[in-house]
Design a protein around this ligand. Structure first.
Ligand SMILES: NC(=O)c1ccc[n+]([C@@H]2O[C@H](COP(=O)([O-])OP(=O)(O)OC[C@H]3O[C@@H](n4cnc5c(N)ncnc54)[C@H](O)[C@@H]3O)[C@@H](O)[C@H]2O)c1
Length: 446
């Protein structure tokens, strides 16, 4: 056994290995906290000084990661957060959790991975393990990181270790979190796999070793493509059944009683979040390099990205039924985050819906108790802040468009003065609102 490998395995076993986490966002922060809670010394790195400062004030800037958890960890003194990348040399393991967005033409933007690769390579010292966790196309670890580290004159598997292990975080999920979601790991070589698997095994319930980083990279993309394609199918079923006057939500409830061979996915206003809308395009882009066309994935993308336009059209038709046009109407969009009860608004379809309604001449406001102000994003700058979540505010609008099913919106009293709701999430029916003979606003499914 090489000296470095034996030393690293022993430091993992007695939890003296220093774990560095680069990128303290939705993925990196819980990962850093988990290693600290498992007894390891941890250094969190981020280019954003505000994050390190907030953590040292024992504050959490991610709502579902409570302040209490951050405060407890930082009070123990085993974890620090910093912008000083020279401290990378103190780390025995470095876990990379930086963003992997798309560029303007829906091409992978690997600039964050490359910048981080350069920072790590500059300070790479013998015996370090580096694991990429950011979602990306198969081949990234080998093509982007490995050459940068080899250029330092160290041999992979002996002088340093390199692996890919996809993050499978589902923010806000009450049952599954970083510790109990099985961790897929693929090493560049067997020693890299061994040390990476040992590290994760010391903090997580189950490690799933695979034969290469490419398998691990592709597994993560498959998981996200699976969701994107099935959500597209649910959205297509919604459009088809809507024309036929059949309630897609009731159909799904009936179909999901089948105890095998069916898994429910639900329609909505379009895809949101950092993963599902973006990751499939990482694969299609790379596939083209190999002369392969991922038509199924492209089709799913086409259906899903058209959903916000469908919602805007449906809203126009619904208002028309009330003798009003979108132009000049007051519309209130409920929910800016991409899924219920979290504060993440990245890639949220609500932005497209708001801009579509505005483009048609409506006066648009939004209500989201999780997002008091709409932050300017990669493509949108709404310059709006949330209106209060009250019956008075809801009653001031000609139409409400439900885009996110936040629990806060599940209060029947909120809709007492509302005339018309366009519901993309089936929020109204369980409240007993809408439908023939029911009291309250007219509810139109979209
Ligand atoms: N959010 C999720 O639910 C989720 C789930 C699974 C996988 N992922 C993947 O994990 C990766 C990270 O996603 P996220 O949601 O945590 O993103 P995020 O934007 O919440 O966090 C990324 C962090 O990295 C920091 N950063 C940017 N450039 C940096 C650099 N050069 N050096 C150090 N820090 C840098 C940012 O300031 C930010 O704090 C992405 O590849 C994403 O696809 C995300």
């Amino acid at each position: 056994m090489s000296d470095h490998r034996a030393r690293l395995l022993s430091k993992v076993a007695d939890r003296s290995a220093c774990v560095g986490v680069i990128g303290l966002g939705y993925v990196g922060l819980p990962l850093a906290l988990l290693f600290e809670e498992s007894g390891f010394p941890v250094i969190g790195f981020d280019v954003d000084p505000a994050k390190a400062e907030a953590l040292h004030r024992e504050e959490s800037y991610i709502r579902h990661i409570g302040r209490e958890r951050v405060a407890k960890a930082f009070a123990r003194g085993r974890i620090v957060a910093t912008t000083d990348f020279d401290r990378l040399s103190e780390c025995d393991a470095i876990l990379v959790c930086v963003p992997t967005p798309l560029g303007r033409h829906r091409e992978p933007d690997l600039s964050y991975i490359r910048a981080t690769g350069d920072e790590v390579a500059r300070r790479l010292r013998p015996g370090q393990l580096v694991v990429l966790e950011s979602t990306t196309y198969p081949g990234t670890t080998r093509e982007e990181l490995l050459p940068r580290f080899l250029a330092r004159g160290l041999e992979c598997g002996k002088g340093f270790f390199l692996a890919f292990s996809p993050e499978r975080e589902d923010p806000g999920n009450k049952s599954f979190h970083t510790q109990n979601i099985p961790k897929v790991v693929g090493g560049i070589d067997p020693p890299s796999l061994e040390v990476a698997a040992a590290l994760y095994g010391a903090a997580m319930a189950k490690v799933v070793p695979v034969s290469s980083p490419e398998v691990a990279e592709a597994a993560k993309i498959l998981e996200n493509v699976f969701r994107a394609v099935n959500i597209a199918l649910a959205n297509e079923m919604k459009l088809v059944l809507d024309r036929m006057g059949i309630d897609v939500w009731e159909v799904i409830e009936a179909a999901k009683t089948k105890p095998f061979g069916f898994m429910p996915f639900y329609p909505g206003p379009g895809l949101g979040g950092h993963c599902i809308p973006l990751d499939p395009f990482y694969l299609t882009w790379k596939a083209a390099e190999h002369g392969a066309w991922a038509r199924f994935i492209e089709l799913a993308g086409e259906i899903n990205t058209s959903m916000p336009h469908h919602v805007v059209d449906r809203t126009a038709r619904a208002l028309n039924g009330h003798g009003k046009s979108l132009r000049g109407s007051r519309a209130l969009v409920l929910g800016l985050s991409y899924k219920a009860d979290i504060d993440d608004d990245r890639e949220s379809p609500s932005f497209e819906i708001i801009e579509g309604l505005r483009a048609a001449g409506a006066e648009v406001a939004y209500c989201d108790p999780y997002i008091p102000m709409a932050r300017p994003g990669r493509e949108h700058d709404l310059r709006l802040s949330s209106v209060p979540c009250t019956p008075e505010e809801f009653g001031r609008h000609d139409v409400l468009v439900v885009s996110t099913a936040h629990s806060d919106f599940k209060d029947k009293a909120l809709y007492a003065g509302v005339n018309l709701v366009v519901d993309t999430r089936n929020l109204m029916a369980p409240l007993g609102l809408g439908g023939p003979g029911r009291p309250g606003p007219e509810v139109v499914r979209a």
